[in-house]
Design a protein around this ligand. Structure first.
Ligand SMILES: [Zn+2]
Length: 184
């Protein structure tokens, strides 16, 4: 399926190829929740983080495969865990909702040590990251277009329930809505 999303000044095309025997890495945040709702019939893998910030409102009635995180270093967390999963589980594709961090040349408030590493490109053909070239606001807009409820998504990495409004992830979420001229 092909979707076009984003504000008038930054429309982007998203291609999502569905494949049987696939899984998605879900964190509880907006990105993986939206991607899961588009894919639907995929297994859910949850990377159990050592800091406890690993779970959100997973879809009811779906079993979740828990995989311990391989590293706490945010630069390598996704890649190393993906390789670990690939070794242990036999899936055709593994999907991730990973996307672009706000550009720090324009939004210097995001240039901090908490900034998560987001790869520019993924070369493994078994890893599908259809949101890799999107910003948070494209994903929020996609949810809006497809009527996907993201109100219970847990983005904050400071508190397990609710949002502190101050951490990098909370600021990114607020930024995403602001770019769409939506107040939260
Ligand atoms: Zn927060």
């Amino acid at each position: 399926m092909t979707y076009i999303c984003g504000p008038d000044w930054d429309r982007r095309v998203v291609d999502i190829e569905l494949k049987e025997n696939s899984a998605i890495i879900m964190s509880g945040g907006i990105d993986s929740l939206v991607l899961y709702n588009i894919l639907q019939d995929v297994d859910i893998i949850n990377i159990v983080r050592k800091d406890g910030f690993d779970s959100g409102p997973f879809p009811r009635g779906k079993s979740v495969i828990s995989v311990k995180e391989v590293t706490t270093d945010h630069r390598f967390r996704i890649q190393r865990t993906l390789l670990h999963i690939k070794d242990k589980l036999n899936y055709e594709y593994i999907y991730t909702g990973i996307n672009l961090a706000p550009p720090t040349e324009y939004f210097s408030e995001f240039d901090t040590d908490s900034r998560p590493y987001r790869p520019w490109k993924i070369t493994e053909d078994w890893v599908k990251a259809p949101f890799l070239h999107l910003y948070k606001y494209h994903i929020i807009d996609l949810a809006r277009m497809l009527n996907i409820d993201i109100s219970n998504a847990q983005s904050c990495l400071m508190q397990l329930n609710g949002h502190c409004g101050e951490c990098w992830q909370c600021k990114e979420k607020k930024w995403g809505y602001n770019q769409l001229s939506i107040d939260i």
